[in-house]
Design a protein. Structure first.
Length: 652
């Protein structure tokens, strides 16, 4: 094939919004997100595209005093969409996404170790005649595996600018940044690549030949490791061992940091008491804020540790192997392998898990998976589990050489994953009895040594989202619950008539809380949860958890802090001393093993996140399926909690 001449796209006017908008487009696992992170750094933000729930990542690259808006488009293999993500990419390039419009320039991100496949997408991109440049990634991997390419020759052959980068190490990023500054002068081929499939394959072969491309040989190191990690039996055993160590680490490695956070909030509560004395403001700050939000932030070290290990496993390349292994399991539940990505995403948060079902081409598969993934143990459950497991399993308990608390956490996460798959399988069987399972394709990258930067960004982003939630939803809800448990205030005459010494701060607080607005609400729904062993204070926490599951911890934390100011930093110990205030069990311990197990199981199965319900409504276009999901999970949670309580009473 002769070298193609290029021509320049007519200079584009300055974008209406000021800074030009450059979109990154490429297939999944091609290094697109690594390039995006290098260009934008900490100037990135995430959200959703208008009217849909497909995630949008956008950021700002500051180059030579100018700003460039960089957007990481959803991964796409072609412009013949088979999923909502790919359809969105097509709509976006056509300028059909409301309020956004088409980008000013396109950077096609191509994995140089799989360039043949990437050129098929590139051929579709350049047919749109937009300013386009090609970015080759994984160049170090190409060289290590004996492959090569002449970047300058590839640029001449394609008729567009081409740069090579190793994004995770920052190699070539400077050249890419310089290229972006000249986006108006990016060229396009004078003749479009052929549209016919057979002719297009020949065009790709000619491009690779003219650019001196030599295919990389197979990665011997990766093949040796995969022979072990992908073995049907040994690989599955290793997978569960990795997960087991993962949950052990949450309790052991993060414990010193958690102790430090607890001591810090205990110190702050003491300062508040010394400075503000016995006042309503002191109660609000010490109990409402520090006792509430502080009790949630105590679990930040565990959450950071969880995301650190997950980011490390993903960067190394193990998570795609885990998906491959679990595909065998998924098929036993009547689901296709792509559904595992949704389940896996839900272990961080059910919202991206629900959103990721858009990649499933079958609508009934999407519904079945969507109604199951909220049962996976999301990070919002982690503070609740840590608190309740701490009550149920004393510190220092061992199961052989392992931490008893870590074993309990592992079993809870295993329960969440199994429940998600089972629920999805049941829904699939009911709604689509004649459906066939489509083949599952997943690319498995070679094993790589992760960079601290990539792991750090992957760890910080979800942690930041958790802290933002703690600073907004949890804070507002905690303030409301403090008010509901504090008002109406009781006068000395009423306290004396009720047999309460007005000078006894703890007794006054207990009486006020017992006769507060929150108590009225909790006692109104107490008959529903009484068979599970819950008292009105736990019921109030369950209501608060509808805003966010973590609110239940802050609610229990602030009530514990109010009733036991000396033990503010040790919420679990304070809760362990709670007794029923009325009824046939008055004076008996609330958090018995049976009640604690029931509460753990209730949180394991109930759909308490209204944000997830709202996303499900947007995904399904109505309230039918979200209503079914909320209803069946409430019934399931109640029944499983009752069974768990009954079994615990029999064996203790």
């Amino acid at each position: 094939m002769s070298t193609a001449l290029s021509h320049c796209v007519p200079a584009s006017p300055a974008p209406a919004g000021g800074a030009p908008r450059i979109a990154l487009i490429g297939s999944p696992n091609g290094g697109k997100t690594s390039v995006f992170n290098r260009l934008t750094g900490l100037h990135a933000r995430t959200g959703n595209y208008p009217g849909v729930t497909v995630s949008r990542s956008a950021g700002v690259a500051r180059i030579g005093g100018d700003e460039y808006n960089i957007e990481d488009l959803p991964g796409a293999y072609s412009f013949t969409p088979i999923s909502p993500d790919e359809q969105l990419v097509v709509d976006l390039l056509n300028g059909e996404v409301e309020g956004i419009g088409a980008p000013d320039g396109l950077l096609v991100i191509a994995d140089s170790t799989a360039l043949r496949r990437s050129l098929l997408l590139f051929a579709e991109v350049v047919q749109r005649h937009m300013p386009t440049a090609l970015v080759l990634t994984m160049g170090d991997e190409l060289n290590r595996r004996g492959g090569s390419i002449d970047t300058a020759a590839l640029s001449r052959t394609l008729g567009v600018p081409v740069v090579s980068v190793v994004a995770n190490r920052g190699i070539g990023i400077g050249e890419l940044r310089d290229l972006i500054t000249g986006w108006r002068d990016w060229t396009v081929p004078p003749v479009d690549p052929p549209a016919d499939t057979t002719e297009l394959a020949g065009w790709v072969d000619s491009v690779l030949t003219d650019s001196g491309y030599r295919d990389p040989h197979s990665d011997a190191r990766t093949e040796r490791i995969d022979r072990v990690l992908l073995h049907p039996v040994l690989g599955t055993v290793i997978f569960f061992a990795v997960m087991f160590v993962f949950f052990q680490a949450i309790f052991t490695w993060a414990a010193p940091l958690q102790d430090g956070v607890e001591d810090f909030f205990g110190w702050l509560a003491g300062i508040v008491g010394d400075r503000l004395g016995d006042s309503l403001l002191s109660s609000f700050v010490a109990n409402g804020l520090l006792g509430g939000v502080g009790s949630v932030l105590t679990f930040v070290p565990q959450i950071v540790m969880m995301y650190f290990i997950l980011a490390l496993l993903d960067a190394v390349g193990y998570m795609s192997r885990a998906a491959f292994l679990m595909d065998r399991l998924m098929s036993r539940f009547g689901l296709e392998g792509r559904a595992f990505v949704s389940v896996l995403s839900s272990f961080a948060c059910a919202i991206p898990g629900v959103m990721s079902t858009r990649t499933l081409p079958n609508s009934r598969d999407r519904i079945a998976t969507m109604l199951g993934v909220p049962l996976a143990t999301c990070s919002a459950r982690l503070p609740v589990y840590i608190l309740l497991v701490g009550i149920l399993v004393p510190d220092g308990t061992r199961v052989g050489p392992f931490s008893g608390q870590g074993v309990a956490m592992f079993l809870l996460y295993l329960l969440g994953g199994f429940s998600a798959l089972t629920a999805s399988a049941v829904v699939k069987r009911i709604t689509d009895r004649r459906s066939t399972i489509l083949p599952f394709y997943m690319e498995m990258p070679p094993y790589r040594i992760p960079t601290p930067r990539s792991v750090g960004i992957a760890m910080w982003e979800p942690t930041k989202a958790f802290l933002r939630k703690a600073g907004t939803i949890i804070l507002v809800t905690t303030m409301a619950i403090w008010a509901l448990t504090t008002f109406p205030m009781r006068g000395d005459a009423e306290l004396t008539a009720a047999g309460v010494d007005p000078g006894d701060e703890v007794a006054v607080t207990a009486y006020t809380m017992e006769h507060s607005a929150a108590a009225s609400v909790g006692k109104a729904i107490e008959p529903v949860f009484e068979p599970l062993g819950f008292d009105w204070r736990i019921d109030v926490a369950l209501l608060g958890s509808l805003a966010a599951r973590e609110v239940s911890v802050s609610t229990l934390g602030q009530m514990a802090a109010a009733l036991d100011p000396e033990d503010d930093a040790e919420v679990a110990d304070a809760l362990d001393g709670w007794t029923y205030t009325a009824g046939p069990h008055a004076g008996e311990k609330v958090f018995t093993p049976a009640t604690t197990v029931a509460l753990l199981l209730y949180f394991a199965f109930a759909l308490q996140c209204m944000s997830t319900v709202a996303i499900m409504r947007r995904e399904t276009g109505g309230w039918k399926w979200p209503g079914i999901a909320f209803g069946y999970m409430f019934v399931l949670a109640w029944v499983m909690a009752l069974i768990g309580r009954g079994i615990t009473l029999l064996i203790t």
